[in-house]
Ligand binder design. Structure first.
Ligand SMILES: N=c1c2ncn([C@@H]3O[C@H](COP(=O)(O)OP(=O)(O)OP(=O)(O)O)[C@@H](O)[C@H]3O)c2ncn1[C@@H]1O[C@H](COP(=O)(O)O)[C@@H](O)[C@H]1O
Length: 107
């Protein structure tokens, strides 16, 4: 089983970058640009992931997914959320199936 420690470490770094200098940190510069700019990066990385899925290069696909996950983590941090919130939602869904899942999503 792969552990989540690396994602937690990155997430902790992203939190620390909130008080860093935007001139010396890519993440701090993204926070400084604000929510729209971070959302735009997530959208760009999603588009790049789709293109990678169509070019047949599996390593390219993995790298684009990492870019997408990374920028999604930045977005979560920007909203005061982190890896554990996402994992908790995955765990919650593990216990839900079929029609119950549809109902849960509508709540
Ligand atoms: N994991 C990453 C990571 N993945 C991708 N990126 C950056 O995300 C950007 C992705 O941009 P694109 O693929 O769109 O390429 P680009 O056109 O060069 O980028 P832009 O000019 O559009 O910003 C690049 O600048 C990458 O360097 C990352 N930058 C940082 N991290 C981690 O975040 C930590 C903090 O980073 P800093 O804030 O830079 O210290 C680091 O220690 C790393 O662990």
């Amino acid at each position: 089983m792969i552990d989540l420690e690396v994602l937690r470490r990155v997430s902790d770094t992203l939190e620390a970058r909130k008080s860093a200098n935007p001139d010396s940190s890519y993440v701090s510069s993204l926070y400084a640009k604000g929510n729209d700019a971070i959302c735009k990066k997530v959208a760009e990385e999603a588009a790049e992931t789709i293109m990678a899925a169509k070019d047949g290069d599996r390593l390219h696909l993995v790298r684009e997914v990492v870019d997408l996950w990374f920028h999604s983590l930045v977005l979560l941090r920007h909203h005061g959320l982190g890896v554990d919130d996402v994992v908790a939602e995955f765990r919650r869904r593990e216990g839900i199936s079929g029609i119950d899942e549809k109902n849960a999503r509508n709540k």
